[in-house]
Design a protein around this ligand. Structure first.
Ligand code: SF4
Ligand code: SF4
Length: 306
């Protein structure tokens, strides 16, 4: 990053993603820091569809005087996207020739993008590459924050990796960010989130190319989780974390094969593994990230042994 954003005029940060990714946490951390530095802050957010896998966005505006809580189109100074298609949805809101684009390359393909469940079916997901998008903006950064967070042991900290990158565009000190993050994340995850934050800052300081999202078109639901390639396989392994399941019933209602149910503890369980196609709809829609679908050789081995 070559130059920090100045604050003579209101600074406009737009945070976007889908339900469950932590968009609101990111915007609250930023808004709190700005407020504690004496800026007038206005924040507005839309997350009504979050529990259906819908888009979530939050406007954060701060400066000496801020009148409106919403950012006019074409006035976004920093777009921070936690999901690739959401980044593309909002890229035209960036201030032409000046704004900064920051996005995770993670793809979360919404269920309505899956036109049918046959192998080879095409999903209606964005095809633009990170190089194409970055060439359209003044400054652009596309990083595989989800994989970075997963390698630290908590995929949910991807938003904090992105916060680390965002922090390098603003004037606030590293200590201030760390302090705010520690207050907003669950106490048990403070350490991993601070590590994720440092990784985001370290990534910003590196001289690197932008990672390319990978899209698979040979299955019922082309999907990429970070940069990890999921090969098509007849074997699927579904992990449901009962500690994270909040019994909302969404996965049960939305599974096209009707092979999930809530057990007597009101936790989601897979009732008929043979019918599960590994379509990942349950994984994408779970607002609490309680479900993980594996379609890897490891899953195949586990299934064969299991
Ligand atoms: S696994 Fe997720 S989507 Fe399914 S019931 Fe639990 S919280 Fe809801
Ligand atoms: S991955 Fe399996 S359990 Fe989940 S929605 Fe698809 S078919 Fe149902």
């Amino acid at each position: 990053m070559d130059k920090k954003i100045t604050h003579k005029e209101p600074v406009n940060v737009l945070v976007v993603g889908v339900g469950g990714q932590g968009v609101i946490m990111v915007s609250k951390v930023l808004a709190t820091i700005c407020q504690e530095h004496g800026y007038q802050v206005k924040q507005s957010e839309v997350h009504g569809m979050a529990k259906r896998g819908g888009g979530v966005f939050s406007h954060v505006r701060f400066g000496e005087q801020v009148y409106s809580p919403t950012i006019p189109k074409g006035s976004v100074d920093v777009l921070l996207a936690l999901e690739w298609a959401e980044a593309l949805r909002w890229v035209n809101h960036i201030r032409p020739g000046e704004g900064t684009f920051i996005s995770d390359t993670q793809h979360i393909v919404p269920p309505f993008a899956c036109r049918n469940r046959k192998r080879g079916a095409e999903a209606g997901y964005a095809r633009e590459t990170s190089d194409q998008i970055i060439s359209r903006v003044n400054k652009g950064f596309a990083l595989d924050a989800t994989t970075m967070a997963r390698e630290l042991g908590n995929e949910r900290a991807a938003n904090t990796v992105l916060l680390g990158l965002l922090s390098t565009t603003l004037e606030f000190s590293e200590d201030v960010w760390c302090d705010a993050i520690s207050r907003f994340v669950p106490p048990k995850t403070v350490d991993v989130n601070l590590q994720a934050f440092e990784q985001g800052r370290a990534w910003a300081a590196m001289d690197h190319g932008t990672p390319e999202p990978v899209v698979h078109n040979d299955g019922p639901t082309p999907v990429v989780v970070g940069r990890e390639e999921h090969e098509m396989s007849d074997f699927v392994q579904l992990d449901i974390n009962p500690a994270w399941c909040k019994s909302c019933d969404i996965c049960v209602k939305m599974c096209p094969e009707r092979c999930l149910k809530l057990d007597d503890q009101l936790k989601a369980v897979l009732t008929d593994p043979d019918r599960c196609t590994g379509c990942r709809i349950c994984e994408w829609l779970c607002p609490d990230l309680a479900i993980t679908v594996h379609r890897t050789p490891e899953a195949a081995r586990a299934a064969a042994q299991g």
